[in-house]
Structures are given as structure tokens and as C-alpha cells.
Ligand binder design. Structure first.
Ligand code: PMP
Length: 387
């Protein structure tokens, strides 16, 4: 990331939400209200489980979202653990479920920050083949024996932006129930859909068989470091113990701010504005890519090996692209930076065999004008390296 922070560089590398989406006025009002109404509660040590009204709000929201997707999920607020970002959720789950050499299954590619959270426990991280529709169920079946859990991002995945189809979700749920494989479902991007809401969460289909991680970072603000875990009642006490050891509790002040901002349906008004912004940014990137790589006919076309190709994410913050055969994204990066644009090479996101041609392009932080200039610079760098 250091290289990409050089002044003047257009960065498609960052994983940051657009700061234009932060509801500053709402947080300002919430700060005043929290400090007036309950200063002692907000500034005192508090319960490790989290702020009660926020846990209730999270449970109600998950119930409503799954009902809208056609699945009944009876989330009890007692199953909700407020965490310091969902990154802490990954860390806590890793601590309670992984021993040295435990087998942990991940998608291919997967979120690097999750693998980083698992690594101190020294697991054997095994990647399961994945395609545009999600996880390859036959490969999962081959690899799931004795696995501690499967870590999966069904919605607008980081790094690829892809989503798991309803058919794959149903097949994965059935397979996990058959084999008893626990699922850790990470869903920080699910609300950021462009055309239609995603299918119901995996955990909603089999609540006893999984742990669900959520985040307020992408719908409100990452700086507050607020997320949550929904865990089966049998697992919850262990997670709570790990949470107490980690930081006693997540900041009570921040939890109240999130609650104040969210109550009365603020997200129903706010999140559509984020979706509209990110969709217009995605469209700008697709348009610029089509303009600067006119020979490309898509990742599955007959000429895909001889052209630059990319997918069309239906939500989230990232697009996944692939260089022509013979090129390597790590080698290309310094040349792209010389031309004024940065991206994240895809290789580090793979736990197993890496696709050295892949790269992640974030479309949410640069302006539309910068997206056009950045893609032009990327095209120049690629064409210069090929010739
Ligand atoms: N999971 C995924 C897939 C992510 O992309 C991120 C943030 N980049 C996180 C978890 C952590 O998010 P936070 O701690 O801000 O909730």
C-alpha cells in the first residue's frame, strides 16, 4: 500500500469506503445526545456482550433481512456479541476454533485479513476451488473431512466482488449440514447491492451450524470500529471469554452512537445513497475498461488469454481483473505506478495456488474523472509491458 500512497497516484488499491458516505451530521447529533442523556453509561466500563439496545437492533435487522429474502431466521439478541470491527470477530473465532495444524477451509481467493487473523493459531489453511458462482461443492466435499470450519464471503466478496448464487448457497448449506462442517460467514458488503438484494445468509438457513460476522464499517463508518458476531448459544460463552480477554468490551460510547444513528430507520434512507454512488463508480470503471481494452470480450471468451479481462460485480467495492497470459500483476505494479495508477495484485489473496495474472481494482474512492484517467494509465502500462 505504501507505493500507492505516492502523491498524484490514482489508487484503485485501497480497501476504504468512500468518505463522502460518512453521515457526519448524524454522528454529531448522536454525540451530543449520548453525552446529555447517559454520560455515565457511555463513558463507564460496560458489559462484554455489548450495549443491549444495539444487540436488539442487530437481531431485529437480521431477522427482517432474511424474512425479506424468504428465510425465517430467529436471531435472539442474546446470540449477538458486539465486536471492535468484524476484524475482531475473525480474531475471536480463530482463537476459539483453531488449534495448531487444524484444517481451515477458505475460498480461492479469499480475504487476506481473515488469513492474517487465523495465522497466529498456526492452522493448515486449505483453499477450496471457487468460480463466478461461488464455492465448488464437489471440491469442498473432497476437502471437508476434519476441517474446523469453512470461512466464506457469499456477498460481493473481497477481493473478487463476486457473489454466491442461490443454487450454490442451497448446495453449500445442504453439504455443510450433511457433513457437520461449521461455516463462518463474513458479510461486510451484503447491504451494498446495486440491482437486487442478495439471497438469504447461509447462517439463516442453518443457525446452529454457523457463525455470522457483520460490520458497520461499510454502511456507517469504519473509524468507529464496530461490528458483531451472531453465534449459536453453545459457542457464545467461549467467544465471550475470548472477547473479555481481548478488550473487556467494545467502546460503549461508539456503540451508543451507532444505536442513536441507526434507530428510526436511518439506514433505510442512508444505504441507498451509498449503493447509488458505488454503482455509478462501478459503471464508470466498466465504461473506461471497455473503452481502453476494446479487444476484450470477457473472462470466458475464446480470446481471454490474449486480452485483459474483468468481471462485473453486482455490488460491493471491488472488481477483479486478469492480465493476458504471460503477464504478472506483481511485476506490472511498479510500471503502473510510474504511469500514475495503483492496484492490488491478486496473488496474496490465495491460500493455495495463486493466479499471478489477477488484480483487485477498487472503484469506490477515486472520482469518476480519476477512474477514467486511472484506467487509461493502466492500459498504457499493460500495453507497454506487452510490446
Ligand atoms: N471482512 C472483510 C471481507 C473485509 O473486507 C473487512 C474490511 N476490509 C473486514 C472483514 C473487517 O472489517 P471491519 O473490521 O472494519 O468491520
Amino acid at each position: 500500500l505504501k507505493v500507492t500512497e505516492k502523491p498524484g497516484i490514482i489508487s484503485f488499491a485501497g480497501g476504504l469506503p468512500s468518505s463522502k458516505t460518512f453521515p457526519v451530521a448524524e454522528f454529531e447529533a448522536a454525540c451530543a445526545k449520548v453525552l446529555t442523556d447517559d454520560p455515565a453509561g457511555a463513558l463507564q466500563y460496560a458489559a462484554s456482550e455489548g450495549y443491549g439496545p444495539l444487540r436488539e437492533l442487530v437481531a431485529a435487522q437480521l431477522k427482517a433481512q432474511s424474512a425479506a429474502a424468504g428465510v425465517t431466521w430467529k436471531v435472539d439478541p442474546a446470540q449477538v456479541l458486539i465486536t471492535t470491527g468484524s476484524q475482531q470477530g475473525l480474531d475471536l473465532v480463530a482463537k476459539i476454533l483453531i488449534d495448531k495444524d487444524s484444517k481451515v477451509l477458505v475460498e480461492s481467493p479469499t480475504y487476506l485479513g481473515a488469513v492474517m487473523a487465523f495465522t497466529p493459531m498456526e492452522p493448515n489453511v486449505v483453499s477450496v476451488a471457487s468460480d463466478d458462482e461461488g464455492l465448488d461443492i464437489a471440491d469442498l466435499r473432497d476437502k471437508s473431512k476434519d476441517a474446523r470450519f469453512l470461512y466464506v464471503l457469499p456477498n460481493f466478496q473481497n477481493p473478487t466482488g463476486r457473489s454466491m448464487t442461490e443454487a450454490r448457497r442451497a448446495a453449500l448449506s445442504a453439504e455443510a449440514a450433511r457433513s457437520g462442517l461449521p461455516i463462518m460467514e463474513d458479510n461486510p458488503y451484503g447491504d451494498l447491492w446495486f440491482e437486487q438484494a442478495p439471497p438469504a445468509p447461509l447462517t439463516a438457513r442453518n443457525p446452529e451450524g454457523g457463525i455470522y460476522l457483520g460490520s458497520f464499517s461499510k454502511v456507517l463508518a469504519p473509524g468507529l470500529r464496530m461490528g458483531f458476531i451472531v453465534a449459536p448459544k453453545a459457542v457464545y460463552p467461549k467467544l465471550l471469554q475470548a472477547k473479555q480477554a481481548a478488550d473487556l468490551h467494545s467502546p460503549g460510547f461508539n456503540q451508543r452512537l451507532i444505536f442513536e444513528v441507526m434507530q428510526n430507520g436511518f439506514l433505510d434512507r442512508h444505504v441507498p445513497t451509498i449503493r447509488a454512488l458505488y454503482k455509478s463508480q462501478r459503471d464508470a470503471m466498466l465504461e473506461a475498461l471497455a473503452k481502453h481494452f476494446p479487444e476484450s470480450q470477457g473472462p470466458h471468451a475464446a480470446n481471454a488469454d490474449s486480452t485483459f479481462t474483468w468481471n462485473t460485480p453486482a455490488g460491493g467495492m471491488f472488481l477483479w481483473a486478469r492480465l493476458p497470459a504471460g503477464m504478472n500483476a506483481v511485476d506490472l505494479l511498479p510500471h503502473a505506478v510510474d504511469k500514475g495508477v495503483a492496484f492490488v495484485p491478486g496473488a496474496p489473496f490465495y491460500a493455495g495456488n495463486a493466479d499471478a495474472r489477477s488484480m483487485r481494482l477498487s472503484f469506490v474512492t477515486p472520482s469518476v474523472e480519476e477512474i477514467h484517467r486511472g484506467v487509461a494509465a493502466l492500459a498504457q502500462a499493460i500495453h507497454a509491458q506487452r510490446s
